[in-house]
Design a protein around this ligand. Structure first.
Ligand code: AMP
Ligand code: GLY
Length: 423
């Protein structure tokens, strides 16, 4: 069948890489894609939220499966758009309904869902501009650090963790009254701080059945030792070494099962990925967030470990027969290291020529922010290229990624050299 992947990052290049290996895939399209996807698929220059243009493409190219990479089209209701259109309703769309996507689109909605289904998470209250003073009083009842979360999508910037009570009150005011994050912070969730180590669990569900994919841990901060500003993610490791089988059992019983059962019970249409952000507090998992898509760069380590044909898995999602398939996972560790443009996550330049890609051996090159310009591969974003490697343990895999990364060059290239330092 003909398949379309929506998105343009390392995550989408990884999807395309896996799908291109499947015998079930005839023609593969990526919209808008990058220089990496251009090598293995046809890039189509349309926006992931231009539903009418996507519809035309699907009809013109007889596309039978659409895999949605990023959250924006999901939160804007692309699954409902397909389900309600007589020309599109038989296309297998991998991604939740608009209602399901609210698990990522609204922090308050996610917290309410977690509490309704008794899934462990931090205590919280939410506030609006009308209740800003109540919010300040609530902060006074908490111990530092204070966790403030803009309710809506804020491109990963909407969470503030503050040590000082007066700063926390001022930021709450900023978010609610001065709309620091625009409409996203018209509502703010104030949460109990959870102290522990983070990991992510990925689930693929058809709305009734699910399979748990490998765990991963990403490194969000720009600086070594987890310092400096938050980024989209500077690298990832899978599996997470401290997630042993007894801890995974707890995650399955207390988090994954009740999440999928909750979706089924509430009749929320959900055929897609659930990315569950967790903190291990003592020996127990607590949910910090849901995302309704795969993570980036977590995808670059999770999917390469999935040996089962990805298109076949997606067919089972679409037909709600995930209970009929077993998933085969590569037992080796995978690591990915992200190279970024100097200046990122603040202002950075684009259009820098990238060399050395063809020198890379024994690792997989996943493009993120790249494009072809006059026959040359150039930078086109903050996160540029991720280098994924496999080995028996994550330290050896990291060594391979680091050796290969030295062959890459572009002006002001930066990457973290300390991934795994905390493990
Ligand atoms: P989120 O966007 O909800 O993933 O939050 C961004 C980051 O803030 C997370 O990756 C955590 O590092 C941190 N964080 C979020 N909620 C909490 C919490 N309740 N306690 C401690 N850290 C948190
Ligand atoms: N790497 C974190 C995310 O994709 O949200």
């Amino acid at each position: 069948m003909n398949i379309l992947v929506l998105g343009s990052g390392g995550r989408e290049h990884t999807f395309a890489y896996k799908i291109a290996q499947s015998n079930l895939c005839d023609k593969l399209f990526v919209a808008p894609g990058n220089a990496g996807t251009a090598d293995i698929a046809t890039n189509i220059s349309i926006s992931v939220t231009d539903f009418d243009a996507i519809k035309n493409l699907v009809i013109d190219e007889k596309i039978e499966m659409v895999v949605v990479g990023p959250e924006d089209p999901l939160v804007q209701g692309i699954a409902d758009f397909f389900a309600n259109d007589s020309d599109l309703k038989n296309v297998a769309l991998i991604g939740p309904s608009k209602e399901g996507a609210r698990l990522e689109g609204s922090k308050e909605y996610a917290k309410e869902f977690l509490f309704r289904h008794n899934i462990p998470t931090a205590a919280y209250q939410s506030f609006t501009a009308n209740t800003v003073n109540k919010g300040k009083e609530f902060l006074e009842t908490l111990k530092p650090p204070y966790v403030l979360k803009a309710d809506g999508l804020a491109a990963g910037k909407g969470v503030l963790i503050l040590q000082d009570l007066e700063t926390a009150k001022a930021e709450l005011e900023n978010m609610l009254t001065n709309k620091k994050f625009g409409a996203a912070s018209e509502k703010v969730v104030i949460e109990e701080f959870l102290d522990g180590i983070e990991l992510s669990v990925f689930v693929l569900t058809d709305g009734k059945n699910y399979i748990t994919l490998p765990t991963a841990k990403d490194y969000k901060r720009i600086g070594e030792g987890d310092t400096g500003l938050n980024t989209g993610g500077m690298g990832a490791i899978s599996p997470v070494p401290f997630a042993d089988s007894s801890f995974m059992d707890k995650i399955e019983e207390r988090v994954v099962k009740p999440t999928v059962e909750g979706l089924t019970k509430e009749k929320i249409e959900y055929k897609g990925f659930i990315f569950i952000g967790l903190i291990k507090v003592g020996d127990d998992p607590k949910v910090i967030e849901y995302n309704v898509r795969m993570g980036d760069p977590e995808t670059e380590v999770v999917l390469p470990r999935v040996k089962t044909d990805l298109v076949s898995l997606f067919n089972h999602v679409s037909n709600q027969t995930l209970d009929k398939i077993d998933i085969d996972i590569d037992p080796r560790s995978a690591t990915t290291v992200m190279t970024v443009s100097g200046g990122y996550p603040e202002a950075y330049e684009k259009g820098k020529e990238i060399t050395g890609i063809d020198q890379i051996k024994d690792s997989i090159v996943f493009h993120a922010g790249t494009k072809i310009d006059n026959g040359k591969t150039v930078t086109n974003g903050g996160r540029v290229i991720a280098i994924t490697s496999f080995d028996d343990d994550f330290r050896k895999a990291l060594e391979k990624s680091y050796q290969n990364i030295e062959k890459l060059t572009f002006e002001k290239m930066y990457y973290r050299k300390d991934l795994g330092f905390d493990l």
